[in-house]
Design a protein around this ligand. Structure first.
Ligand SMILES: [Zn+2]
Length: 320
């Protein structure tokens, strides 16, 4: 479960988690008032970096506070600063470091939440507080267009929901539908050549509804020679969810749109392995894949345990 529940790992109870969300929101809103940059950008950057930090070993775990944005000592203190842990705003300035004192205590502390957010605000707002300028500065800072797209998408979602606990999952088909699946991740394919199988095949009849498994943004929709009609959704945990071989799409599902767990995005088919419209070359099923992004690369992981978990939870809810 590590990939999906990382936000819950460090804390014991729901009320403690609620407190953390509240604390974060207060910090984002304070920074919005100070910088005139909308709070959702701080929330989005922090969310993205929390996800990255949870899967990267080269970034140290944060010991205190509730904000996860990471700056390297060199970036913060200046590349030629001999003091790798400099907290003095004056010497940091002399060495061309970016670290700033955000809470007015006289220290620019790389581990202090307010200093972190204030420093981020000076990066983002350097040339203006509007979306386009923020986007440019995000690119300047991260130097990776995929990262920028993810952060902009997260900001869109936070703005839409006006809250931080945008959490929940659903099984990709109605649990009462007739379907079957087993763990086939990494198997040799029964069709489609010798590529590793990056997902789980859920067999079901033609036309069974296919649903979004998470809150996310539709990143991809269309035809691919192998995948047929397929949809890709990016969630708030840096996961990409891939649905292939669909018989068709729901009309209201468009690239850039927000979807929620359980939202019908299409239906089961057997499309693929040929030019657009090719179908029926294998039994109808949903190919469901999950991919994790760590800020540098993306890799496939086995969705099976998540599928089984989501299905079990939905059954439990129905029986209540
Ligand atoms: Zn498959």
């Amino acid at each position: 479960m590590a990939e999906l529940d990382q936000n819950l790992q460090a804390v014991s109870g729901a009320s403690e988690l609620e407190e953390i969300y509240k604390e974060r929101m207060t910090l984002y809103k304070q920074m919005e008032a100070l910088s005139l940059i909308p709070w959702e950008y701080y929330a989005a950057i922090d969310q993205y970096e929390r996800n990255v930090r949870s899967v990267r070993r080269d970034i140290p775990k944060k010991e205190t506070g509730v904000i996860s944005i990471y700056f390297t000592p060199e970036w913060w203190g200046g590349y030629i600063n001999p003091n790798q842990d400099d907290k003095n705003p004056y010497t940091i300035g002399l060495y061309g470091g970016m670290g700033r004192d955000g809470d007015g205590d006289g220290y620019a502390d790389r581990n202090n939440d307010k200093d972190i957010l204030y420093t981020m605000s000076t990066v983002l707002g350097q040339f203006g507080n509007d979306r386009e300028h923020i986007k440019i500065m995000l690119w300047e800072h991260y130097k990776r267009s995929k990262t920028v797209d993810m952060i902009i998408g997260y900001a869109k979602m936070f703005k839409h929901y006006k809250r931080l606990d945008v959490i929940g999952n659903a099984f990709p088909m109605p649990v009462r539908s007739n379907h079957s699946y087993r763990s086939t991740f990494g198997d040799r394919r029964s069709f489609g050549g010798r590529r590793m199988h990056e997902g789980t095949d859920i067999f079901a009849g033609y036309g069974v509804p296919v649903r979004a498994t998470c809150y996310g943004i539709v990143e991809l929709k269309g035809w691919n020679r192998l995948g047929g009609w397929r949809i890709g959704i990016r969630d708030l945990q840096n996961n990409y969810h891939y649905y292939a071989h669909l018989g068709g799409f729901s009309k209201d599902v468009q690239i850039g749109k927000i979807v929620e767990p359980g939202k019908v995005i299409g239906f089961v088919g057997s499309s693929g392995y040929g030019p657009p419209g090719t179908s029926g070359k294998f039994p109808p099923h949903l190919h469901y894949g999950m991919y994790k992004d760590n800020g540098r690369i993306e890799w496939a992981f086995d969705p099976y345990i998540h599928l089984a978990n989501w299905e079990r939870k939905e059954w439990a809810k129905l029986k209540r």
